[in-house]
Structure formats: C-alpha cells, structure tokens
Design a protein around this ligand. Structure first.
Ligand code: ADP
Length: 381
C-alpha cells in the first residue's frame, strides 16, 4: 500500500542545509509534510526550520547512510553529495530523487558533457584536461573556458581564459576546456518530472550575471522570440526525459545571435533562476520539486505575474554580523517581496537573500528591481 506522504509518519530527508532547502520547507509546511535535513551546521538556513536537523557531512558515506536509512524519500538541495551512499540506500528500498545515477553524471561536468554528446543534446565543444596538461597546450587554446570537473559552484571553479595573462588561472586538476561561446543571452528553463514520467515546464527566464558569475538579475519572461521560447522549453523537456530523472531540473542555456541554443549545464534541484516562481507562478519551483519527488501530481506552471529577481549578496569589504541597509524603504515599493535566508554572518558575495519584484509587466518589474538594487546593501554591523 502506498504510504501517505502527508504528515509526521512520512520521513522526507534533504541533504544540504542551505536556502534552497529552507524555501522547500516553507512550502512543505503548507502540506504538513515533515522535512528532515542534514548538513555541517546546526545554524544553517534550513536547520532552524526543519522538523529535525542532523549535523553531518553530506559528502561522507557513513553520515549519509546513517541519515538516510530511516527515511522514506531522500532528495538533495546541492549535487555535491556522497553518491555511493545514496546508491546503497536506494538498493535498500529508500527512494532517492534525483536518482543517484543522475547525480553522478551531473556532479561531474566531464560526464555531463559526454551525456549531452551521446544523447544529441546541443552543447559547446569541449575536451578534458588533467593536472598533467601542459601550459604550452593551454596557450595554444586561448581563448577558452576552464571548469573544474567537480566541486565548483556559483562561479567558483570556472575561469574565463580570454588572454595569455589569464593562463595563470587555469586549473591544475581534472577539468574541462570549453570553447568560449559568444552568447547573446543566458537563459534558463526549469522543468519537473515525476515517477510517472509526466513533465511540467516553466516559461524561459533570462539571467544577468555579475563579475564573479553570480546571478545579479533574473527576468521572467525572457525577452526572446516565440520560436526561441518554444525550442528552449522543448530542449529542457528533452534533457530531463533523456536523463529519465525524477525531480526538478534547471537547464542553463546559451542563446547565440543566430538563434542557436546550447545547453551550458544543468542542476538537478531548485535553482537560483527559479526563485521568482514563488510569487510569479501558480506553483513555485520548491513546491514542484517536492511534488515531483514525493510522487504527487505536478502543479500548474502558469505565470501569474511578470517579474524580476535580484540576489542580495554580501557587500564587498564587509565580513561579520549581517545588517540589511535600506530594507524598510524597499519593502514600501510596489510588488517587492523580500526573502532573507537567516544567515547570521555576511561576507563578500555571500548569497544572503533575494528580492522578487512581481508586476503586471516585465518592464515595470525591471525598473523597480534596478531601483531596489541601488537602495539595499548587506553590510556587517
Ligand atoms: P557554475 O557551475 O558556477 O554555475 P557555469 O558553467 O554556469 O558554472 O559557468 C558560469 C558562467 O561562466 C556562465 O553563467 C557564463 O556566464 C560563463 N560561461 C560558462 N561557460 C562558458 C562558455 N563556454 N563560454 C562563455 N562563457 C561561459
């Protein structure tokens, strides 16, 4: 008999204690779904609001086994977890979504790129490099993008090697060397798939990154033609179907000036490029992730408001107890929704929260979002 997922007897575990888990818990509470989390600190963003929080290392085999063995379903809010332990839990009957075999592919950018090539998914040309790859070889490849195969996130582990002077930043570790793509826009499509193989896709969004590769602004909908919109959403559905993945997948795309779409990378979990869905869509990406991994019907992805999202990043030069300057002024502005992640301390470029500006039209949302950006700062007390 199917065990009821609503209520305290169902044990839903999330590996990772960050803001993505926190926002998922905020949605789970509405369904009386009890979420148990594990990560290194008892003060992590989701630790303080989870039904229970276990202090443990999501990369350590034993910790993941001990956390997972009494759970009904395990999911993740970060892909850098111990996959061997998840495979063991899966073989013992615990449902693990996204599946460990999918996490294994995605957490290694080299395997991810091979997957695209093998499955006819368009992506930029690449080759693998190792710690033995010689400097003169790199010099012959300039310009290129160098990416650590594992462990990088939020722009860390990615170096744009545009000229000879950047060669000193090339990684001395297993990496991928990618052609530098002259993209016109960076797009993202969020798509969910449940155990029945049903999919639900959100409208394409457009991302603007800052100088350290963090999302500075996100706009929903993206300013693209209907043809690009259709192809982008079809591509995202194709990727999740080919992965046969259960859960939510963010598909990051490059749009070239001739209309070509290339998959940059994917993330098998709620993603920064879907935060606006909390206010702007019928079902948020967090609720959708929960629905998909718990084998519940998928929710409507319909857009109810157009919107712009900006990350609240720790101000450069400020480290210590966080203070949000300008908060009262920005919440007096129309359509402004604040999300603070409950991180006590700020440091340069740390993701401390985000703001979504939900409006009837995207131009107004953009205008207010740019104003908000100029008024709010996360500084140290
Ligand atoms: P992360 O895992 O940190 O998100 P990404 O692979 O998304 O890393 O790369 C971060 C950013 O670097 C991208 O958003 C894009 O701006 C730039 N970038 C990545 N790959 C390329 C490429 N092949 N050509 C040009 N820019 C790239």
């Amino acid at each position: 008999m199917k065990k009821e997922v609503i209520g305290a007897t169902h044990r839903f575990g999330i590996l990772g204690g960050g803001q993505l888990g926190r926002m998922l818990i905020q949605e789970a509470i509405s369904y009386d779904i009890h979420v148990h989390t594990m990560d290194l600190n008892s003060t992590d963003p989701s630790a303080t609001i989870a039904t229970s929080h276990t202090v443990g290392d999501i990369k350590a085999y034993d910790d993941v086994i001990n956390f997972g063995k009494d759970k009904d379903v395990i999911s993740v809010e970060i892909e850098n977890v111990n996959v061997d332990a998840l495979k063991e839990l899966e073989s013992n009957g615990v449902k693990v979504f996204p599946q460990p075999r999918v996490l294994e592919i995605i957490k290694d950018k080299g395997l991810q790129k091979h997957f695209y090539v093998e499955n006819n998914i368009p992506t930029s040309p690449f080759e693998l490099t190792t710690e033995d790859t010689k400097n003169y070889y790199y010099a012959s490849k300039v310009p290129f993008v160098h990416k650590l195969r594992t462990g990088g996130y939020d722009g860390r582990g990615v170096e744009l090697i545009k000229g000879e002077k950047d060669l000193q930043n090339a990684f001395n570790a297993p990496s991928i060397l990618e052609e530098l793509v002259p993209f016109e826009k960076e797009l993202s499509v969020i798509v969910a798939r449940n155990e029945k193989g049903e999919t639900a896709v959100y409208q394409t969004v457009e991302c603007e990154f800052n100088e350290v590769n963090l999302v500075a602004f996100l706009f929903s909908p993206a300013d693209i033609s209907n043809d690009v919109e259709t192809r982008a959403t079809e591509l995202a559905i194709d990727v999740i179907n080919k992965l046969e993945m259960v859960g939510i997948l963010a598909v990051e795309l490059f749009l070239l000036s001739d209309g070509t779409l290339l998959v940059n990378e994917v993330a098998p979990r709620p993603h920064n490029s879907g935060h606006h869905t909390i206010e702007c869509n019928v079902t948020s990406q967090f609720e959708q992730h929960m629905r998909s991994v718990l084998n519940l019907p998928l929710g409507s992805t319909e857009m109810i408001r157009e919107g712009a999202m900006l990350n609240l990043l720790g101000e450069i030069g400020h480290t210590g107890r966080a203070k949000y300057e300008g908060l009262e002024e920005v919440i007096s502005m129309p359509g402004v929704h604040v999300h603070l992640y409950g991180k006590k301390d700020t440091k340069p470029n740390r993701k401390m929260g985000h703001i979504t500006v939900a409006q009837k039209n995207i131009d107004e949302a953009k205008r207010v979002a740019k104003q908000v950006k100029g008024k709010i700062r996360v500084i140290a007390e």
